[in-house]
Structures are given as C-alpha cells and as structure tokens.
Design a protein around this ligand. Structure first.
Ligand code: ADP
Ligand code: MG
Ligand code: ZN
Length: 480
C-alpha cells in the first residue's frame, strides 16, 4: 500500500513592537539577562496587564494580509502550566476567541500556485528562556511577555519541501507587511510541526504526531524527511501509531518521543479576568487596513502581467522590494520594460552590491544619478547611437559621477559611427594592410571576417557600428 503525509503547522512569530505585550519593558533581543523586566512581566502578585495597542494592530494587520476573517470581538484566556520560564504560571493567549480566523497562504511550489488554508491566528505572549550550565540553571525573563502571534494552518501540507516553501512564503508576507522581522537567528519564528500519514487517497486522518519547538525552516524540512518515512515504516511493519509529542534531535537527525497522549497537558483554560474582550471600532480597523501592502506573490504576478517580465526577473523584484520599487516607475515610462529590468537587475543591482562589498552601504537614496538616466541609456542604444558594450561603460560613469549618459557620450565622442562612407574608408585601409586574411575570406574561410571586423573596430576606437562594418566588409570581399 502507498502512504501519504498530512502536515499542519503552528507557527509562532514575534511581533515588531517597541515594548512588550502587557508592560512597557523593551521588546529587544540580546540585552543582558533580566534587564528588560518589571513586576508585570515577572508575574508579581497584584499587577495588572495593559494591552499593547500596536501588538493588537499588528495582529489584525497579519490577519488581513493572510486573508482571514476578523471577528468583531476577540478575547483573552489563561493557559495554565508550570514551567520555570513562565513566571506567572500561566500564559495569556486567545483560546476560543482568536483575533483572526479562516485565512490562507498562496505560494509557488512545484511549478504551480498552492494554497494552505489557515485555521486561525491568535495573539499570545512569549515565555522566558532557560539556560542550563554545568552545575546550575538560570532563567532569563527578557523574552517573557513579548507579543507572539500564533498562526495555525489546516493540515493541507503534503511533504517536507512544501512545508519549507509554506514557511518561507509566510515569513515573506509578514516581513513585507511590517508585522515581524522574522529574524530566525534571534528566534523570532518557531514552529510546531504536526504530521501524520495515511493510505494514499484515504479521507481519514492518521494519528497526529507533534514535533515541538522547531526554530529553523531547514530543521523543519529535515525533521519531516525523517519523520514521514518513520511513520510509514511503522504502519508497513503492521504496527500502530498513536497521538504523541516528539522532539527533533538535529545533531542525531532523528525524532524521539517526549510524551504520549495519556501524558498530554491539561491547560485548564479560562477567560482572563484582567482583560476586556477586544472589539475594534470601524475607524480603528480602517486605520489598520490602510497598512495592508501588496503580497509578494501578487506583486510577482502583476510584474509578469503588466511589464511582460519573465518569471526570473519578477521573482527578483518580489524578493528585493526596494529594487522593484525603483524599477516600476521607470517601466511605466518605457516602451521596453524588459530592457529596463535588464539594466536595473544586471547593472544597477550589480554596481550597488559591488559598492556594498567595498564597504559603502548604498541605498537608493544614495544614488548620484537621476533614475531617468537608465531610460536615456536605453534610448541611446535603441537609436544605435552607442553599442551595448559602450553603454556599459557609460553607465559605469553615470553611476560614479551622476552625469547623464547623453553628456558622457558627447564628451567622450562615443557616438557610434553608422555613416557608411566613413566606415568604408576604414574598411579599405584594413583590407589593404591585411591581404592574408582578406584572401582567406575570399577563398571561403568565413572566420577571417571576424578578424578584419575587429581591426576596423579598433581603428574606429570602438565607435563604428559593428553591423555596418560587417556588411561593408562582406560586400567588398565578395568574390567577383
Ligand atoms: P491541538 O488542539 O492539539 O493543538 P489541533 O487539532 O488544533 O490540535 O491542530 C493543531 C495543528 O495540527 C493544526 O495545524 C492542524 O492542521 C494539525 N493537525 C490536526 N490533525 C492532524 C493530523 N491528523 N495530521 C497532521 N496534522 C494535523
Ligand atoms: Mg498544538
Ligand atoms: Zn515588563
């Protein structure tokens, strides 16, 4: 029998706020342990939480970007458990009244646009971090109370690579939307992987096995590449799988059981008595809606459609937003958007990253030239005033000095000579001084023409129009 994998992900993302969820402590990574703490995020008795409004906005913004329904009212609950990094002994979360429901993430995978439906997205708070030293342990509460958005997917993912692409697409959306920096190195994105297998085509779900607390997308992929075949092997050997939680050991490349269903937590959820349900007004929602940006995939598709760009170029502008923003107004003014894309991607981008490598960090605001220079350059090539190799040199100078391509061409006398009388004179000179190659060509050695052409170009200091040179030489050397 053939088996298939069924995967659903619960992704936790730290929101991009200045302060924590319920207090004014900084939401910052990398500070000295226990310096961004106060009685509220340390869970002292008698303190009261005050919701961070920007975190509420970012939650709804994420809901809108992920095409979720936004219920008119959301509420907060206590999820009770005892663990050293949870100072209050409960975590405030949204249990049955989340801020966003029923969304989706569309992304490209395996040559098609695929959709993973979202069950919900809810707001909660991060916990502290335990450290285990040689003889003792410590806990850092700087992270306790940092706003955390949990995005729960439907079990629509069918394999390790698709899980990876889904996570990447989700991360791109949240970064572009300004919801989170999603810096993996700083632990801003973590996820729980739920995976089961079932006979191919079966409508029933198999036993759900959850791999907790993954902190890299490649780790998720590796864990699934191990776990799916493991589950299939168990079933094929006549064994049974039961709902359980496992841990991924990245060094060993295996998952191991943490707890079975009998040992599952009972969180004893109940409504948070210190917080009102959150029911945003029309006006508040409108202000959040105004922050919705175009999704990365939609942008790619629009660039392909509106500017007839190949997928590769559109992908670059999808991933490099500032570059795409630079390209678009130019493309709108040009009759040849593909040429604009070529210049922006192959020349401008290369020059800018070259500058960055030499230690000059360049933004688009630092560019010395007017963006119209690129259109001017394309115009000069199309009018055959300069060859495309001359155009590269002109662009390099425009990039360095900010001077316009037209001015540089004029000053350096780079304008291509297409005047056939002038070129004919040069051709005659070259044929006269290289009788050998000229005869070679006459006797059928086609390659000799390139040599002669090169000599004419050299004589013209690169200014002759190469196509015209070729045509004239051929004409002259034609066998009578
Ligand atoms: P819990 O309440 O234990 O967190 P849920 O049913 O809410 O479990 O699902 C949590 C995650 O697990 C969701 O992403 C969901 O899509 C996924 N999931 C649920 N059942 C299965 C299954 N049988 N196989 C794989 N994933 C599943
Ligand atoms: Mg879960
Ligand atoms: Zn605090």
């Amino acid at each position: 029998m053939e088996y298939e994998a069924v995967i659903g992900l619960e992704t936790h993302v730290q929101l991009k706020t200045r302060s924590k969820m319920w207090c004014g402590c900084a939401n910052a990574f990398g500070a000295e342990p226990n310096t961004n703490v106060c009685p509220i995020c340390l869970g002292f008795p008698g303190v009261l939480p005050v919701a961070n409004e920007e975190a509420l906005r970012l939650t709804i913004l994420a809901g809108l970007l992920l095409n979720c329904d936004i219920p008119p009212s959301a509420k907060f609950d206590r999820k009770n458990y005892f663990y050293p990094d949870v100072p209050k002994n409960y975590q405030i979360t949204q249990y049955d009244g989340p801020s966003a429901r029923r969304g989706r993430v569309d992304f490209e995978f395996d040559g098609a646009v695929r959709r993973v439906r979202l069950t919900r997205a809810h707001l909660e708070e991060d916990v502290g971090k335990n450290f285990h030293f040689e003889r003792n342990s410590g806990v850092d509460f700087n992270r306790a109370g940092v706003p955390l958005l949990e995005i729960v997917s439907e079990p629509d993912i069918t394999g390790a690579d698709m899980a990876y692409e889904y996570l990447t697409a989700l991360k791109d959306i949240l970064i572009h939307g300004g919801v989170s920096d999603c810096d993996m190195e700083k632990g801003m994105v973590r996820c729980d992987v739920n995976v089961s297998v079932r006979p191919k085509g079966s409508a029933e779900l198999g036993a759900k096995i959850e791999i907790k607390n993954m902190n890299s997308f490649s780790g998720v992929r590796r864990a699934l590449e191990y776990e799916v075949p493991r589950q299939i092997a168990v079933l094929k050997a006549g064994g049974a799988l039961s709902q359980s939680t496992r841990r991924w050991d990245d060094a060993a490349g295996v998952t191991g059981e943490m707890r079975s269903k009998e040992h599952a937590h009972d969180y004893r959820y109940f409504p948070e008595p210190d917080l009102m349900p959150f029911s945003p007004t029309e006006k508040w929602l409108e202000a959040v809606s105004a922050r919705v940006v175009e999704l990365p995939l939609a942008r790619k598709q629009r660039f392909m459609r509106d500017y007839q760009l190949p997928a590769g170029d559109a992908e670059v502008f999808k991933n490099e937003v500032a570059l795409g923003d630079y390209f678009e107004p130019l493309a709108k003014k040009s009759s040849n958007p593909k040429a604009v894309a070529n210049w922006v991607i192959n020349n401008l981008r290369a020059k800018m990253s070259g500058a960055a490598e030499n230690g000059t960090l360049m933004t688009f605001a630092d560019l010395k030239f007017q963006s119209g220079a690129i259109l001017e350059l394309i115009g000069l090539i199309e009018a055959k005033t300069i060859s495309s190799s001359a155009a590269q040199a002109v662009f390099a100078e425009t990039f360095e000095s900010g001077r316009s391509p037209g001015a540089i061409v004029q000053e350096r006398g780079l304008a291509q000579v297409s005047d056939s009388a002038a070129i004919e004179k040069l051709c005659d000179q070259v044929v006269a001084s290289h009788p050998g190659p000229a005869n070679d060509f006459r006797s059928g050695k086609a390659a000799a023409l390139n040599f002669l052409k090169g000599q004419v170009m050299k004589l013209s200091k690169g200014k002759a129009n190469p196509a015209v040179v070729g045509a004239i030489l051929e004409q002259k050397l034609k066998r009578p």
